[in-house]
Design a protein around this ligand. Structure first.
Ligand code: SAM
Length: 330
């Protein structure tokens, strides 16, 4: 028979090896292991479940500064071996593109896609043929790369499916089941620059995204203006005066208008606000860059709260919600 003094103290105290401290430590350890395991499962889910696998990605990389790219776009670039993009995007995303085969020089290949060149006016045919040749060259490069087991990513600014020049690829390479990575559009960055809810107006709730009145399109700026809803024009080098004249057909002259230049570029972004009646005097069309949007609609001056009254005691209060004229750089 052993003396009581020979037993370890915890046995002596509790009649078991598990002291409350040991038990607490063990429970804590298990809890930490469960949390770590859950984090790992969560991380794997985020890293792998969000990017479906495909040999071909069409990736929206956002407008403006490079930090408007998404995590998913970065993941798609990381996963790709060959990248097609513009010189500008190559420069902007140099960090992500390091070590990739980057191919530039293929751009605006959408023109005449799917059209019978012989049915075009004769004067257009040489240009259409030259474009078709370049497009076919690009198509065979992509097909050969995929056949060699390579992953190809095409980068496009903003969102690739809003006036995106690469949308035709989804039809051409449908058999490869390409994956589209959505991007932040310049439309989103423009809304942010304006700091207004584009769907919040006194009488309307819709937004029309439109562009120049290209031949054959029936949804002209003039016909869309009938609704007096918010309208956002992707200008793409079309004539500024043409847009303003067409808008004036159905929107009253006092309708607020805003020009957003360089949306999403900190320090470079600029907003010019006026009305359909004043904007032409405020803006020199020759000074407008490629990257600018025209916004039209009452949302620009709409305030849900009644405006404060201007009084002697509060001379700086906003006294009116009618459209003024202003220029601001963000
Ligand atoms: C071919 S579209 C491309 C739009 C792009 N897919 C997007 O979702 O942002 C080009 C037109 O978009 C507008 N745009 C593109 N980037 C812009 C920016 N950072 N700020 C203002 N407008 C921009 C301009 O009207 C430009 O002419």
């Amino acid at each position: 028979m052993r003396e009581l003094a020979e037993y370890p103290p915890q046995v002596e105290a509790h009649g078991t090896f598990w002291t409350p401290e040991k038990l607490r430590g063990c429970v804590m350890k298990r809890a930490l292991m469960i949390v770590a395991w859950m984090c790992w499962i969560g991380w794997s889910w985020i890293a792998f479940a969000e990017l479906p696998r495909s040999p071909l990605y069409l990736v929206g990389v956002g407008p403006g500064d490079p930090d408007l790219i998404t995590l998913r776009a970065i993941e798609a670039i990381r996963h790709a071996d060959i990248i097609y993009c513009t010189d500008g995007l190559e420069k902007k995303f140099a960090d992500y593109l390091a070590g990739k085969q980057v191919i530039t020089g293929y751009w605006r290949l959408f023109e005449y896609y799917g059209q019978d060149i012989n049915s075009l006016p004769e004067a257009e045919q040489p240009r259409a043929r030259a474009l078709a040749e370049k497009r076919n060259d690009f198509i065979s490069q992509v097909r050969q790369a995929v056949a060699r087991g390579k992953v190809v990513a095409i980068l496009d600014s903003g969102d690739p499916l809003i006036y995106g020049p690469w949308a035709w690829c989804l039809e051409e390479f449908a058999d490869l089941k390409p994956v589209v990575v959505p991007g932040v559009s310049c439309f989103n960055a423009g809304n942010a620059a304006l700091r207004r809810g584009v769907t919040n107006a006194p009488k309307t709730k819709s937004v029309i995204l439109t562009a120049n009145d290209w031949p054959g399109k029936t949804d002209t700026v003039e016909s869309l203006s009938v609704h007096r809803a918010t309208m956002v024009i992707f200008t793409m080098r079309a004539e500024f005066d043409y847009f303003i004249e067409k808008l004036k057909t159905h929107y009253p002259p006092e309708t607020p208008v805003a020009i957003v230049k360089y949306a999403g570029y900190q320090g470079k972004e600029e907003v010019i606000e006026g009305t359909l009646a004043t904007i032409r005097e405020q803006v020199d069309p020759k000074s407008l860059p490629f990257e600018y949007l025209i916004y039209v609609g009452d949302f620009l001056t709409y305030r849900q709260k009644a405006p404060a009254r201007v009084s002697a005691a509060n001379p700086s209060a906003v006294g009116s919600v009618s459209a003024g004229t202003s220029v601001s750089t963000r």
